[in-house]
Design a protein around this ligand. Structure first.
Ligand SMILES: Nc1ncnc2c1ncn2[C@@H]1O[C@H](COP(=O)(O)OP(=O)(O)OP(=O)(O)O)[C@@H](O)[C@H]1O
Length: 260
């Protein structure tokens, strides 16, 4: 299946007098891995939240193929073929990996919660089918061995993969990843980068990756949009944006600010 194009057009988002996003446009091409990066406070999460329907833009539009996302509630995204990860992996720590990933499958079940609650024979069959697919997704992400472990007992790098598995469980054609590497160590970050790359290559899913760490995205992204103070300051291939003087200035400026 070819993913529709994600188009963010002239989006402005204000909090009082502050422009979190100022006339932001970007396009995620079908099947591509598109990174949205920028220093602290640049507007990355705001942009992610507008795309995923948590924030309503003051101006501009977000479309996914023929669907206008500007007026789509977050819980409707799965039905449109959009999966999303959460920055703080909002998983249930006492439930197993499988049960957490199965929550992602609920968006796809025909029976819904009521008939599952009644445990009709056909819903049991359907549930088994979904559990098999959830297990397959976990195996693809290298967490097949942890399927029956409670999430709360697992190392953070694995928990981030469970979150990814839940996002993939909605069988998306577009995956929105919000700082998936936040809080992971260097080895976990490198493994995650390679997994994200595999999701694009082997599953053919378009990915919008919101990330603070410029190093992480440069090796895997097809295209990079750089935000600073709510504005797009660069958009191009990793090589192009890395060589862009304004990008270098923005990142050096933020390092100096953090050091000072
Ligand atoms: N709910 C909110 N209310 C008021 N201001 C907000 C809100 N969310 C974000 N902002 C402001 O909007 C600007 C952009 O913030 P945002 O969190 O989108 O940046 P970011 O690039 O994701 O930063 P970080 O890398 O630190 O997560 C910041 O000045 C921030 O303080």
């Amino acid at each position: 299946m070819t993913a529709p194009e994600l188009l963010v057009r002239d989006v402005t988002l204000r909090f009082g007098g502050l422009y979190a996003l100022d006339d932001v446009s970007l396009t995620v091409e079908p099947g591509s891995l598109h990174a949205l990066i920028g220093p602290n406070g640049a507007g990355k999460s705001s942009c992610f939240n507008v795309i995923s329907g948590l924030y309503r833009a003051n101006e501009g539009s977000v479309t996914f193929g023929e669907h206008d996302l500007s007026h789509t509630r977050p819980h409707r995204l799965a039905r449109l073929g959009i999966g999303r990860s959460f920055q703080n992996a909002a998983l249930s720590p006492h439930s197993t990996v499988l049960d957490n990933v199965m929550l992602g499958r609920f968006a796809l079940t025909h029976g819904g919660f009521l008939s599952c609650g009644l445990r009709l024979p056909w819903t049991r069959r359907e549930e088994r089918k979904h559990a098999e697919r959830a297990a397959e997704i976990c195996a693809f992400l290298g967490i097949g061995a942890e399927l029956h472990q409670p999430v709360g007992s697992l190392p953070y790098g694995i928990v981030k993969r469970v979150d990814l598995a839940r996002a993939l469980a909605v069988e998306p054609s577009l995956l929105l990843l919000d700082e998936p590497a936040a809080g992971t160590n260097a080895a976990e970050t490198a493994e995650l980068a390679s997994t994200i790359h595999d999701i694009r290559d082997e599953l053919g899913i378009s990915i919008l990756l919101v990330e603070h760490d410029m190093g992480l995205v440069m090796g895997i992204a097809d295209r990079v949009t750089v935000l600073d103070f709510g504005r797009v300051i660069a958009d191009g291939t990793p090589a192009e944006v890395q060589a862009d003087p304004e990008v270098i200035r923005a990142y050096l400026g933020s390092e100096n600010a953090e050091a000072g």
